[in-house]
Ligand binder design. Structure first.
Ligand SMILES: [Zn+2]
Length: 120
């Protein structure tokens, strides 16, 4: 398991990560897709998220390379840039995610690809 060799492989980022205003503090692999998120909350619609080439994200933060072997349906979070990644198995239950708080929004969007505007 490793990052896709194709740097244009799609990855999801939230708008804060996309614009570089927040660092990546949460990486999730729901259904095998790579999502690089700030871990904060966002408006509950597709406009808060972007699809980018994975190489674009990895190039922005060398610490992300530590997660090259993160398996599908796992996630990793850290408290701040420079902190250790904390990995945990992701439980893909939408109901549970919605009730859960802190990164609810980011993850929920990641498991609901229909929210995303692929044409952007
Ligand atoms: Zn975010």
């Amino acid at each position: 398991m490793s990052f896709p060799k194709d740097s244009h492989q799609k990855a999801y980022v939230c708008a804060y990560v996309f614009h570089g205003t927040h660092p990546v503090l949460l990486v999730s692999r729901v259904d095998g897709d790579w999502s690089f998120l700030c871990g904060g909350t966002h408006p509950d619609d597709g406009s808060a998220y972007r699809v980018v080439g994975i190489g674009h994200v990895l190039g922005s933060d060398p610490a992300l390379m530590d997660l090259h072997d993160l398996p599908s349906d796992w996630e990793a979070e850290r408290e701040n840039v420079g902190a250790e990644w904390c990995r945990s198995r992701f439980v893909p239950s939408k109901a549970q995610i919605v009730e859960n708080s802190h990164f609810t929004r980011c993850i929920r969007a990641a498991i609901l690809p229909s929210l995303w505007d692929d044409s952007a």
